[in-house]
Ligand binder design. Sequence first.
Ligand code: ZN
Length: 166
Amino acid sequence: MAAIPLRYYPAKVLRTVAAPVKASRAAEFRQLFFDMAETMAGANGIGLAAPQVGTLKRVIVVSTSDGPLGLLNPEIADASTRWDSGEEGCLSIPGVFGLVKRAHQVKIKALSIDGEPLDFSASGLFARVLQHEIDHLNGILFIDRMHKLTSGADRLRELWRAGTAL
Ligand code: ZN
């Protein structure tokens, strides 16, 4: 296992829609899953999407009490009309935090890391992390959805300038 360098806002890879993974090829993503789990843990994150490590595939890792959960092609099959506002940050936008409204509960359809179909419900923080990571697969960042920046306005401008100067 090896940690992979993170990509930072405003890298173009974070704004690109990621491609689905074929169930029959799930095994090819096992190493990516392990490396993403290590990258996430090393950065003290609770979720990570493949575009954040430069891979435009629909693969995410979410931290759970049972360890890192890897999902291929995760999608929100249903969402509660009840929402919560909560503070989010992102490993690709370090030092920036803001309040984002997310569905309190979601039904997720995905493939397991072994390529088996999964169908489960999530609520609270687990649901929030899943929605944040699935957004990444569609090139959407939490700063697009936040209704209030809670900290890091200067940092956000610095990142933007550093990225656009490349
Ligand atoms: Zn993120």
